[in-house]
Design a protein around this ligand. Structure first.
Ligand code: 4AD
Ligand code: MG
Length: 475
């Protein structure tokens, strides 16, 4: 059986066709707009009510699932080239109009989040999820074409070395009555793995091990962070793409990240035109409700093309601090966190100022102070900055975080000692520096932030099927 997407492209020659789908609307007891998820567009199915039982037609309600069979003919009406003259109608399942939440009218995003199991039946969510799927395909395609191997990093991890945030514990212990050590602490030796384990915050450390044998690898999997940050850019469960490359320095890393982002965006501009046009219109309508000053200067597709066609600005953290120190919002004390000295961690208000106001283009910041970055980043000659890089995007802020890794055993040992990290915990990671160590680099890209940028959605909860956020794990 064909999908609606294919039927809409056929030339109507009264051929008999069959199609399944869900009813969007049923007008005048005659016109069914049917959608099967294959495309934004519905196919119009025309029923002659004299040929059908009234009781059967009553079941053709918005939300019902149907199979129709009939002739594909040129449409008499406006708005579509072809339609189906229905000769057979089968109801898979009707939908009660009194209670079906997704009626054909505008629903708020908040309302739809509470109906996450049904929201994909709206045009907006179907479009977002099709773009998400295409982007994810483009990610795999990009890496495959560039000599990378897809590596599955473990989701349950025994190390918290990354320090990327709070972790979710994995345990089979009886929480009401856990085994205790002599000191009265929970005895994790008795736990399933014989030690404390958590859900992973990043597959990087394991990817490094694999890069040092396969050369170029990437992970693309679920990632968990128990940060209590209720923002429009944070999820407790999100998908991260983490390439890791042997023999790449920071410049190679930045080149790859920029090329990768451009290439996957180019893919969806080429393959998801219909959905992106729809999302662009949706965004324009939304923007109209905002004050002039807050409206975006570029439409969604222009924004995507802008990123694809322009070089990202690359500046050091030190240069960024100078710009921020002398910026208007800093001088007028408009920033919530004022930039006073070198070493300050950048907040999202600073990142957004650089990208949206100052450069008006994606920015790669690199060579950050060692103090505000993770232990594994390679120390520069100056002894105080590390070979880190973050990519900042308009409307999103940080979309990528990466670095050249510290490949020198002595420097790494010194670093973890200062940070008070237990050397024993990292024994295998340190082994990678003992046996055949080499310059290597990698980065992590938050997939949902990329989908947010690609679809223009303001809230990260609306670009993942079933969002997990503090106090919210329904479905
Ligand atoms: O900057 P982060 O914490 O970097 C790492 O985890 C490194 N191990 C990556 C690497 O070098 N292999 O996270 C990387 C990206 C961020 O830039 C952001 O896009 C996304 O992951 N991210 C989140 N996305 C959604 N919700 C959250 N809570 C996120 N935390 C990070
Ligand atoms: Mg980061």
């Amino acid at each position: 059986m064909k999908h609606i997407k294919e039927l809409l492209k056929e030339s109507p020659e009264e051929q008999i066709v069959e199609v399944n789908g869900w009813v969007k609307t049923f007008r005048s007891n005659r016109f069914i707009a049917l959608n099967d998820g294959s495309t934004l567009h519905n196919i119009q199915c025309v029923v002659d009510f004299e040929n059908f039982d009234e009781a059967l037609l009553k079941q053709v309600a918005t939300g019902a699932a149907l199979k129709v069979k009939g002739k594909l003919v040129a449409s008499q009406g406006r708005g579509q080239a072809v339609e189906i003259q229905v000769s057979e109608l089968h109801i898979h399942g009707t939908a009660d109009a009194e209670t079906y939440p997704i009626q054909p009218k505008k629903h708020s995003m908040e309302f739809l989040r509470e109906q996450a199991h049904l929201r994909v039946r709206t045009n907006t969510f179907a479009a977002i999820m099709r773009v998400r799927s295409a982007l994810s395909f483009a990610v795999h395609q990009y890496f495959r074409q560039n000599g990378f191997y897809y590596m599955h990093a473990p989701i349950i991890t025994g190390s918290d070395a990354e320090g990327a945030g709070e972790m979710f514990r994995v345990t089979t212990l009886d929480l009401k009555n856990p085994p205790l050590t002599e000191e009265g602490e929970v005895d994790f030796k008795e736990d399933f793995f014989g030690k404390e384990t958590n859900l992973t915050v990043s597959g990087q450390l394991e990817a490094e091990a694999y890069a040092m044998g396969l050369g170029k690898v990437y992970t693309f999997g679920p990632t968990f962070r128990a940060e209590n940050s209720n923002t429009s850019r944070h999820l407790a469960e999100f998908w991260m793409i983490e390439p890791e490359m042997a023999f790449f320095d920071l410049n190679d890393n930045m080149d790859l990240a920029e090329d990768f982002i451009k290439e996957v965006l180019r893919y969806i501009v080429e393959h998801c035109a219909e959905d992106l046009n729809f999302l662009e219109k949706r965004l324009l309508d939304e923007e109209k409700t905002k004050p002039q000053a807050e409206r975006s200067e570029l439409s969604l597709l222009d924004k995507l093309k802008f990123v694809i066609d322009n070089q990202f600005v690359r500046i050091t953290y030190t240069e960024a601090i100078e710009i921020l120190k002398n910026s208007k919002p800093n001088k007028k004390k408009k920033f919530q966190y004022l930039i006073e000295e070198w070493g300050a961690d950048l907040q999202s208000e600073h990142e957004r100022f650089l990208v949206e106001k100052h450069f008006k283009c994606p920015v790669i910041l690199y060579d950050y102070p060692a103090k505000i970055k993770a232990f594994y980043m390679r120390l520069n000659e100056d002894g105080k900055t590390v070979r880190a890089m973050d990519i900042l995007f308009p409307g999103i802020g940080e979309i990528v975080g990466g670095s050249q890794r510290e490949e020198r055993l002595d420097v790494l040992l010194e670093k973890i000692k200062t940070l008070g990290i237990d050397e024993k915990e990292l024994w295998w990671y340190l082994d990678l520096r003992k046996y055949g160590t080499a310059v290597h680099s990698g980065f992590g890209l938050g997939f949902e932030r990329l989908v947010q940028f690609a679809t223009g959605m303001g809230n990260i909860r609306d670009v993942i099927p079933f969002p997990r956020t503090p106090q919210n794990a329904e479905f």
